[in-house]
Ligand binder design. Sequence first.
Ligand code: SF4
Length: 323
Amino acid sequence: MKQSSNRPYRCLFGPVRSRRLGVSLGVDLVPSKTCTLDCIYCECGKTTRKTLLRKAHIPTREIVDELNDFLSGDPELDHVTFSGAGEPTLHSGIGELIRFLKKHHPRYPVALLTNGTLLFDPAVRKDIADADQVIASLDAATPDGFHAVNRPHPDLHLAEIIEGLTAFRHTFVHRLLIEIFIVPELNDTDAEITALKNVLARIRPDGVHLNTLDRPGTESWVVPACEAALERISGILGGDLPRFSIGTPRGKGVRTINEKQLARTLFGRPCTAEDIAAVFGIKTPEARRLMDGLVNSGQAEKRQMPRGVFYFARKNAGSGKTG
Ligand code: SF4
């Protein structure tokens, strides 16, 4: 895989490999960490700019230039994905960017990871109508669950968000998935899951994913749901739901890497050496050596977590996640 230049990117990160989207170029449209929510499990850290204001947080022209620069190298990608360390629909140029990709780089399917909170706004629904796949999160269907897990902007109302998702489904002809992040004791009770089931019956997404903690979250007390709990929830929701963890699956090698690419991938989300090895198609010891190099140069730090040693980008060393 090649790109047309080795310039550093402000908005692009990866490509990363994931189970849902394959090899995906990430596009981060807002500065870290700008979001409508402050989820307790967010792998990008605490929201520092909680806002509902849509604007060109980064000039749209600059993002177009970066996309053109990277995609003119004709890379092998399964998706171009709007995601990152914040909520992509807060960028007022997202509609223009999707149209640009569809017109000038039509071979690449466009995916959007969103928290769905702005879909009550018809302008947002129109902006993202041409995406090939929208993965929207909805972690709770009761106000108590919503506030406990997602810590929303005070002007957000769960009923409006659910109405927005339902209205979007009515007009969106491509693939809509709903992602539910389970936090034990906060949104995993039978009452919470039954409320979610009723809402999902109204939204009628093409699929539902259950997630739970795999990477370090914003709040250190958040723990993963156990397999039995996920099975129980899956049963209440309706049986054969496709379910994914957040972990990066093992994949084939896709490219050579340099320090900047590695650092940008870490800005997307914390990774283990095994994750990095899978993303870049290198051996784990080599990934560990490269990551330790970033630690030694002050660009990253590492921390022991239940799933292994995770490497984090240091906040002052660059920018970029999944909503
Ligand atoms: S998980 Fe997504 S929606 Fe929640 S705070 Fe993080 S970026 Fe925002």
